[in-house]
Design a protein around this ligand. Structure first.
Ligand code: ADP
Ligand code: MG
Length: 636
């Protein structure tokens, strides 16, 4: 796309976060995060001041914070627009020194000078601006910047000032929960909805209840009314890291039988980092291996299970749930239609579970919780810029949605132009005996084969009990809700195993692309259909041959040899078609293939009858004994 050349005076979207900040941009292909030259999407909101040197910003500054705690400013957002007095009452202290600035405002003493929180924010914004300019290939002077819903006028003004210092005109300040809702396309349908945005980040927790105001202009920032907020500015993922680190230290103390484990600051930081990575690992896995050398001959080795971590995390998570309760109460107990998860800590499975339970709804997780606010800010920016292609604000499904089946074909569950909300279900099974997990591949497009469709998501249904191929009943359900979010659920009926995934199918799709896909599907309709038919024939013929082969093994001795020979000849012929279908499917004569399959099916009937009567015979002998016993008893 030659878009870089076409952009002039773009408006970017910025999530200026307490621990991480991001910049995003939205063009006709939808919003996307802009990455820095190292490919990183998130910029650590950390700035280190060094007398006589340039400031250091980002991950490097955060890492060095342990060594230079007095000169490194972390979480400056907490101090934005706050008075010095307010800063004193903040529960968690800052490692750096907070001093009284002009007009009684909170300022920071770092690197031998006094800086205001907005100056720190300006350093972060400048870095994001640089990233954006690098990616877009033009000057960036305007941005939509997000702030927490509870920010007062002073805090919002401080954010604007920070932008100005960074050479950015903050064309709009948008609430973070509003941006999250916009990223999900909520409000575009114009329906009245109530949305809960649950934002659990690194250092803060916010819950906001928003209401869509139906009569307002779609895409406008005033589309949402914040009807209640609650939260805790001192509660976040950092607390979980801390709790875990404490627990590990306690364990180490016991293990080493030393009464006082004294560890250096560096080791303490290492332990924190270790705790964080263990926490993150446990969002994915059931257990994590721990092996750390804490110095002073203290070495900690153990396995930590997710259940153990959950026991530690649970009190913090329950505090967020209490805040949700408060917010709901403030909102007058209004019914919630959607719950959106924002912030890295919402990747914790227990968080998802508890939020889902509390609201009685499956929360939205289709978008990366780290990026959702920045993406929404970019979406808002594109509306202000007037570039948003509104074709994607749809009340119909623009392209068919389906699932990959054996052989690389696509089974379509929802077809193009179905009105949303739309729901469809289909049953699938396994193709291999004792298959314990099934890969599900969600696809979008009009073509028949996976390779010609857009891949939307992959997920796995695990722990299916062992059963012969074709026996498990796997129900796949597609639901595209009123906001265009696709929820795919797969469940195995007998075992009750379930797995789900969410995606936003309209993401990254432009009107032109939809047209191109449609056009291609028409051009290739004939050959695609042929291909799909050949693949299906190959899959079914392979299964036939397997069954027939198995039955033939059992009955062979009871069958006339000419009959066995003729069956084997038919099998060989069909195998020829199958192998051609795998190597060059377009050269297969589908009608001849089908005929060969039918001939084998017909010819094998006699053998199947033999096979069935044989197994019935063996079954009846084993059944006859228990049946006859009670009969004789009742007669006596
Ligand atoms: P903020 O908005 O406050 O800047 P983020 O949304 O970036 O914060 O969230 C950062 C927090 O998310 C950190 O505490 C980090 O450890 C946590 N986090 C990130 N990924 C995961 C994960 N997979 N599991 C658990 N916690 C995670
Ligand atoms: Mg955040």
């Amino acid at each position: 796309m030659p878009e870089a050349a076409q952009i002039s005076d773009p408006i970017v979207g910025i999530d200026l976060g307490t621990t991480h900040s991001l910049v995003a941009f939205c063009d006709a292909a939808g919003p996307r995060i802009l990455t820095n030259e190292a490919g990183a999407r998130m910029l650590a909101s950390a700035v280190r001041y060094r007398a006589g040197f340039a400031v250091e910003v980002g991950a490097e500054a955060r890492r060095n914070a342990v060594e230079f705690p007095l000169d490194t400013v972390l979480s400056a957002k907490r101090l934005m627009g706050r008075s010095f007095d307010e800063s004193k009452s903040m529960r968690s202290g800052f490692e750096f020194e907070v001093v009284e600035g002009t007009r009684g405002l909170a300022a920071i003493s770092a690197g031998g000078a006094h800086v205001l929180p907005q100056e720190v924010a300006a350093v972060i914004l400048s870095e994001l601006r640089r990233t954006a300019e690098l990616q877009l290939g033009c000057e960036v002077r305007r941005a939509v910047i997000t702030v927490p819903a509870y920010f007062d006028d002073g805090q919002r003004q401080a954010t604007r000032d920070a932008a100005r210092l960074a050479g950015i005109d903050a064309v709009r300040i948008v609430n973070e929960p509003t941006a999250a809702a916009l990223a999900y396309g909520i409000g575009r349908s114009g329906d009245a909805q109530t949305i809960a945005v649950y934002d659990f980040g690194g250092g803060t927790f916010d819950i906001s209840i928003l209401q869509v105001i139906p009569e307002s202009v779609p895409g406008d920032g005033d589309l949402f009314r914040v009807i209640a907020t609650a939260g805790d500015t001192q509660l976040g993922g950092d607390d979980l890291d801390h709790a875990l680190a404490q627990q590990l230290l306690k364990d180490a103390g016991m293990a080493s039988s030393k009464e006082n484990v004294k560890i250096a600051a560096g080791a303490r930081q290492a332990l924190r980092e270790f705790a964080e990575s263990t926490k993150i690992a446990l969002s994915q896995r059931e257990s994590a291996q721990i092996d750390i050398d804490l110095g002073s001959e203290v070495r900690l080795q153990r396995t930590l299970s997710r259940v153990e971590f959950e026991a530690l995390a649970s009190p913090f998570i329950e505090r967020t749930i209490l805040a949700c309760e408060r917010a709901l109460l403030d909102a007058g107990g209004i019914a919630i239609d959607r719950v959106i998860l924002v912030g890295g800590s919402t990747r914790i499975p227990l968080v998802r579970k508890r939020v889902g339970e509390f609201f009685g709804l499956e929360p939205y997780t289709a978008l990366d919780p780290d990026c959702v606010v920045a993406l929404g800010a970019a979406a808002q920016a594109s509306v202000l810029q007037g570039t948003r292609s509104d074709v994607l604000l749809l009340d119909v499904i623009p392209l068919s949605l389906g699932i990959e089946t054996v052989g690389g074909a696509v089974a379509k569950l929802l077809t193009r132009n179905a009105t949303i909300p739309a729901r469809a279900k289909e049953m699938f099974s396994t193709s291999v005996d004792n298959q314990s997990h099934v890969q599900l591949h969600v696809l979008q497009g009009e073509r028949e084969m996976v390779s010609d469709c857009r891949s939307l998501a992959r997920f796995e249904l695990r722990d299916i009990p062992p059963m012969p191929a074709g026996i498990p009943q796997i129900e796949v359900e597609f639901l595209v809700d009123a906001n265009g979010v696709l929820h795919v659920t797969a469940g195995e009926r007998r075992s009750g195993r379930r797995a789900t995934v969410q995606v936003v199918p309209s993401f990254g799709l432009t009107n032109e692309e939809i047209e191109r896909i449609e056009h291609e599907s028409i051009v290739h309709a004939r050959s695609d259909m042929h291909h799909h038919r050949v693949v299906d024939l190959a899959v079914n013929s392979t299964l036939d041959i397997k069954w027939i082969g198995d039955a033939l093994l059992r009955t062979r001795d009871d069958l006339p040899s000419e009959y066995v020979d003729s069956l084997e000849a038919l099998i060989t012929r069909l195998k020829g078609f199958i192998s051609l279908a795998h190597t060059s499917p377009h050269d297969v004569d589908a009608n001849a293939f089908q005929q060969a399959k039918e001939e084998l099916d017909r010819a094998s009937v006699a053998m199947h009858e033999k096979s069935i009567s044989k197994s019935l015979g063996s079954m009846s002998t084993s059944l006859s004994a228990p049946i006859s016993t009670p009969n004789t008893e009742s007669k006596t």
